[in-house]
Design a protein around this ligand. Structure first.
Ligand SMILES: NC(=O)c1ccc[n+]([C@@H]2O[C@H](COP(=O)([O-])OP(=O)(O)OC[C@H]3O[C@@H](n4cnc5c(N)ncnc54)[C@H](O)[C@@H]3O)[C@@H](O)[C@H]2O)c1
Length: 257
């Protein structure tokens, strides 16, 4: 993959987290310019400092809350001011719920999870598409869904609905802009070792968690972050250009179980 993204610019949301950082690193090692976007200032600073040292001149770090539409518009403008174009948007940022089934689900939790996992990728895609159309050289959007878009027992109602929803956003975007050389693809990762549990560990719905945990008889191996990231690079590259509207499991057979 070395050099395959030279001269290309990639935005990765949630880049200071587990998968986002692995994706950012993989694009950098393929010579891309990478915009690291995250809402967590401490993790973003640590990630940016490390990656900027290894890839000087190729990294831009932006602290952005991607649920804020004006901040998202500014994120695209700052990216193109620095690197001239935008070629790939990776909608990776996401948060977990507390494993609440609908009967015990607070509306505030629903709103928060849908805002980050579904509304925000719509906003980032909207401004990325605008930029792709202005550039007249197309582009690719990669949405990070989950195997919980295939099943009902992996997470709570809010997370499960958000990850099903982003599949619909992916297919609609792919079809609408196919003739404009803009592609949209989703990956559905299985379990990975990241920070995603931080947000719900304190307030977990024990009953919901235990019910779903019992259903996990298959017990899949954790998916290696670097392998998931390499799949993302392939899907967004010219070599993967036949993939449009595709929803690809990267999950050690977890989704097939
Ligand atoms: N870890 C898993 O087992 C797993 C499995 C399937 C899918 N996923 C998906 O993978 C993606 C990456 O998650 P991860 O596991 O690396 O978790 P993570 O918590 O390590 O990383 C997520 C990052 O998103 C950032 N973020 C959250 N809200 C944001 C906002 N409003 N604006 C900007 N950034 C924001 C966080 O600060 C964090 O750095 C998510 O979409 C998640 O749903 C994870």
């Amino acid at each position: 993959m070395t050099d395959s993204y030279r001269g290309k610019t990639v935005i990765v949301t949630g880049a200071a987290g587990g998968l986002g950082r692995a994706i950012a690193q993989a694009f950098l090692s393929a010579s891309a310019n990478v915009v690291l976007v995250d809402v967590n200032p401490a993790r973003l600073a640590a990630c940016s400092s490390e990656l900027s040292t290894s890839y000087p001149g190729h990294v831009l770090a932006l602290q952005v809350n991607i649920t804020d539409e004006s901040a998202v518009e500014e994120m695209i403008n700052t990216t193109t001011s620095k690197f001239s174009t935008l070629d790939v948007l990776v909608n990776n940022a996401g948060i977990m719920d507390h494993y609440d089934p609908v009967g015990g689900l607070e509306k505030a939790m629903w709103d928060r999870v849908i805002a980050v996992n579904l509304t925000a990728p719509m906003l980032t895609s909207k401004y990325a598409v605008k930029q792709f159309l202005e550039q007249e050289q197309g582009g690719a959007i990669l949405n990070v869904s989950s195997t919980s878009a295939l099943k009902g027992f992996i997470a709570g109602a809010a997370y499960t609905a958000s990850k099903h929803g982003i599949i619909g956003l992916t297919k609609n975007t792919a079809v609408f802009y196919a003739k404009k050389n803009i592609r949209c693809i989703a990956i559905l990762p299985g379990p990975m070792q990241t920070n995603v549990g931080d947000a719900w560990a304190d307030g977990m719905n024990e009953e919901g968690y235990e019910t779903m945990d019992k259903a996990r008889a298959f017990d899949p191996e954790l998916c290696e972050l670097s392998k998931v990231a390499e799949t993302v690079l392939h899907l967004c590259s010219q070599a993967g250009s036949v993939c449009n509207g595709a929803c690809v499991t990267v999950d050690n057979a977890w989704g097939a179980w």
